[in-house]
Design a protein around this ligand. Structure first.
Ligand SMILES: [Zn+2]
Length: 477
């Protein structure tokens, strides 16, 4: 079978057509209007590569893309563009793997109680910002999300690869947002997981008020069905969830109720942020939480961009973000942000935020698998894709080096999803999911915003054009 396929590949090459050209041609007109590079063989020359493995940046590299995959990558002195390739001379540019957004919802919540499904803006914002793979990490309108994934996979809508998460599960009456499933017995937890497994979801996500018994049942049922489990927890501590076999924990230290004093079992304590403010992110208590996670191989998701707007004085005037919002939302966001910035006290102080940064550093230093995602919720200041880029800058602020941050946001995310053999790094044989950035990313983190072309499956998309398509529309659809 393998020989047969190889023979066909060779024959197709000789005939001058290719699988990649067919794939670009099979995209709908709706998608093709954003495609700027459709040739089957492309060589990117003169670029700096930060490859996602944590290796140091390498200058003056050539990347050869063939039929949707990375065929070769290496120094210009060794790797030459093949005959017939489209050559893109990209001196002064950086190439990184497509970003893997591990907390990248297809809905958006924002100021004034807004909550919209992002069937239109989400896929375009993510792809245009360099995010080529997302995990939805909790759905509000699960069938809308199943349909969005199907439309992207069929080439009807431009967007990232989508790993679907079921609706949130929580305890009590279903959480503050009211869109979650209220699970109040282990039987209900198993029934819920079995249903969504059958509908094609690959992850479940537990929320702040779930009980230990119900979470344990949900995790067990998920694993039986080949799914994985993550949580934005509180009623269950990180250490308790790790002992149950959870696969991933969201938001880092800011949702770890392990630091709350006198936490009642199965209850989210009201004052737990005070515990985080006082906790030492590198002290023995934090180290015990980190060790438990590392020993059991539990990954952690950094979502700094969603918390940042709640910190008074931070991210107060990001014109680029505001320009994407529909005008009433711009006004609502500015009003909310002004209120946060002028409040006399806030649970999200600069000290709390710095603790979160330090905890993530300590987790990685201890050998933990840290990935990242935007979480386009909260105050509404972290938009799909833009917030992923902001995470890059914030992880740099946390003290990670540029190769480390790229690794967290690409290959590490691929590892969380179990797709690291196929994507997540700039290495020969992997799918050609690549982001071309104008400038030197290693010298200046802001370069993460300077996306020119995003390759997904070796097809190049025009980033400015994708972003222009959603300008003024965020907050509508
Ligand atoms: Zn979330």
């Amino acid at each position: 079978m393998r020989r047969y396929l190889t023979t066909i590949g060779v024959a197709v090459g000789i005939l001058g057509t290719s699988l990649e050209a067919q794939r670009a041609d099979s995209l709908s007109r709706n998608v093709r209007e954003f495609v700027s590079v459709a040739e089957p063989v492309v060589a990117l020359t003169g670029v700096m590569v930060i490859d996602g493995t944590g290796a140091a940046p390498r200058r003056d590299q050539t990347i050869v893309i063939r039929d949707g995959r990375i065929a070769e990558v290496g120094p210009a002195s060794r790797v030459k563009p093949p005959a017939g390739a489209r050559v893109m001379s990209l001196a002064g540019h950086t190439v990184i793997p497509g970003l893997v957004g591990i907390h990248d919802h297809l809905f958006y919540t924002a100021a004034g109680g807004r909550a919209v499904q992002m069937g239109f803006t989400g896929p375009r914002l993510y792809l245009g910002s360099g995010v080529t793979t997302i995990r939805t990490t909790g759905g509000r309108s699960p069938y809308a999300e199943i349909s969005t994934k199907a439309a992207i996979d069929a080439g009807r809508v431009p967007g990232p690869r989508v790993h679907l998460t079921a609706p949130y599960i929580t305890g009590g009456t279903g959480g503050a947002a009211g869109s979650m499933a209220a699970i109040n017995s282990p039987e209900a937890a198993r029934r819920f997981v079995a249903y969504w497994a059958a509908e094609g979801m690959t992850w479940i996500k537990a929320y702040t008020d779930i009980s230990r018994a119900d979470l344990a049942a949900a995790i067990d049922e998920a694993h039986k069905r080949g799914m994985k489990a993550t949580g934005h927890l509180c009623s269950v501590s990180f250490r308790e969830a790790v002992a149950m076999g959870i696969d991933n924990l969201e938001h880092g230290m800011l949702t770890a109720s392990d630091f709350a004093s006198d936490k009642p079992v199965d209850v989210c304590p009201t004052n737990y942020m005070a515990g985080i403010a006082q906790a030492n992110p590198t002290g023995p208590e934090a180290q015990a939480v980190i060790k438990a996670m590392v020993d059991r191989g539990v990954s952690m998701t950094s979502t700094l961009a969603v918390y940042e707007p709640f910190v008074p004085g931070r991210l107060s005037n990001d014109e680029r973000t505001l320009s994407m919002m529909t005008p009433p939302l711009q006004e609502a966001y500015k009003t909310l942000k002004h209120r946060i910035d002028s409040a006399r006290s806030s649970p999200f102080t600069e000290e709390v935020f710095k603790n979160a940064l330090a905890f993530e550093r300590a987790f990685v230093q201890a050998g933990g698998l840290l990935a990242a995602g935007v979480d386009p919720t909260g105050a509404g200041g972290a938009l799909a894709g833009f917030g992923d880029q902001r995470n890059y800058e914030l992880l740099t602020e946390a003290g990670f080096t540029p190769p480390q941050v790229v690794q967290i946001m690409t290959l590490n995310g691929a590892k969380v999803l179990g797709v690291q053999d196929r994507l997540g790094s700039v290495e020969a044989g992997k799918l050609a999911d690549l982001v071309v950035l104008r400038g030197d990313l290693a010298a200046n983190p802001v370069v993460i915003r300077e996306v020119t072309t995003v390759f997904k499956d070796g097809v190049g998309y025009d980033s400015p054009k994708l972003l222009a398509a959603v300008k003024g529309r965020v907050g509508i659809d």
